[in-house]
Design a protein around this ligand. Sequence first.
Ligand SMILES: Nc1ncnc2c1ncn2[C@@H]1O[C@H](COP(=O)(O)OP(=O)(O)OP(=O)(O)O)[C@@H](O)[C@H]1O
Length: 540
Amino acid sequence: MINLKQHYLTLLVRERRYALLGTFLAIVTTFSGIALLAVSGWFISAAAAAGLSTITAHTFNFFTPGAMVRGLSISRTAGRYGERITSHEATFRIIAQLRADLFKFVAAQKWNEQQLNRHQVSSRLLQDIHNIESIYQFAVIPALTALAVSIGYLITLILVLPQLSLMVAPILFAVCILIPWLYSQRVLEPENTQQEQQSLMWMESSTLFNGIRTLTLFRQIEPRGATLQKQSEAMDRWEAKTLNRQQQVLLLSQISLAAMAIISFWQGFIAFNAGQLEGAYIFMLLLLTLGSAEVLAGTCPALASLVLGLRALSRLEAHSSSARQIEDQRLFQNPNKQEMAVHVKQLTYVYPQADKTVLRKLNFKQQGPEWIWLKGPSGCGKSTLLQLLNGDLNPTQGRIEFDGFQPHKVQFMPQRIDILRASLRDNLCLHHPHSDEQLWTALEQVELASWAKHLPHGLDTWLGENEWQPSGGESKRIGLARILLQDPNLILLDEPTAGLDTDLSVTLLQRLADQWKDKLVICSSHECFRKMNQNRSIQL
Ligand SMILES: Nc1ncnc2c1ncn2[C@@H]1O[C@H](COP(=O)(O)OP(=O)(O)OP(=O)(O)O)[C@@H](O)[C@H]1O
């Protein structure tokens, strides 16, 4: 199992120079800001008091505090810019690596078998990755800054007014530990359940919108809509409740911080009356407290970012545990051998989600070059076998061995062709560079050249949703053209001509059989194999 939390920590440690410098500068900036507030508070009131009598006005030292104010504002501005540069650099370095790792992990999933193909999970994936990225900047830095500020504030109080530090310490404990804990229990926990339910509701809504025509035809749109409306109202009530709780906890934090300010002012006043503190220092103390309170108010949001980030890491970790079991189990032997062969031994496949056995102890050996037909009634497992041969599914039992191939020389054309929302050129090339001449030759071979010539921008016409949407038969031929351009050795075709009229199907298949004379082709097709000059077949 991949330990993503540990992995994140490793990345953070690897970028420690930038990360530590960023955190250090964030703390320097915050300290300078608070000190600036406190010193200017003292300076303004002390200067005002000094100005009341001519003698004190002449003896008052304006220069040292003035220089301090200037120094602090320079260090706050420089610190802020420095912090932005370094902590952003650290964040980007961590994110760049993390994104690469996470997407590598996502790409390695067997989408047919994994939970990742569920809307609920996939729709959260990007949000999860974003939450993980936010851990350093929105949780680690604010939390460490708040910790440093509370320690610094407490030390200052011990030095200036020890009795005040004793009163403020429990409030600091409440604001830094107790209230964030309450926040996690009362707000973050229910929020998690709420998000899961919300995502289920989105899944149902998306089913409703996708099937709106069918459901309308069967007069099911109203009952389904009413159920969704009820769910949505319940969700709204729940959301309002969580929001209320959130406001209550945040209010508690604000009240505690306000109490801290009032206590410090009150204690400062008592100390002033006792001759322990000069008048202007009361304002300094008050502003010091207010400045610190502003930073400490960020502890709950920092905790929320941390919890969201850790949850996202755990969710991805849970998927990675199953990812380990689904590494490609096909065996590729002698990739440079002249003869090509596929050897299926005692192959059994059970769909894990439904516990349904589709193929049971299947055995065959096919050598190429050859065109082989898969035969059998609908639902007997032809598509399943092709997906197993392509490595999209892994055998429950048994083995698949290849002789004379490399994995990238195996190409599969599935029953449903996915058209990318991109140009026809991109849809054909799929990131492999091909010349226009090659593209037009492939289009001619699948009888799509005249269709493509009449598109508004030829090869550069955008296809897909809300663009030029190819028909079912045109999509199939785009799928065939993609395979023609890839030049594989083993070609797996699942109903390649379904949806085309029989004459065109036979013409195309005969042309492809000619073109692929030196390949091993395994093809499932209901209508055509009877009309073709079939040599070999596998009965399922
Ligand atoms: N995820 C799944 N979970 C459970 N059963 C599944 C799953 N996907 C497919 N099946 C079932 O597995 C069986 C084999 O499906 P498959 O698509 O391989 O059949 P086929 O022979 O290609 O059918 P056709 O000729 O109609 O295309 C079918 O009964 C199908 O309903």
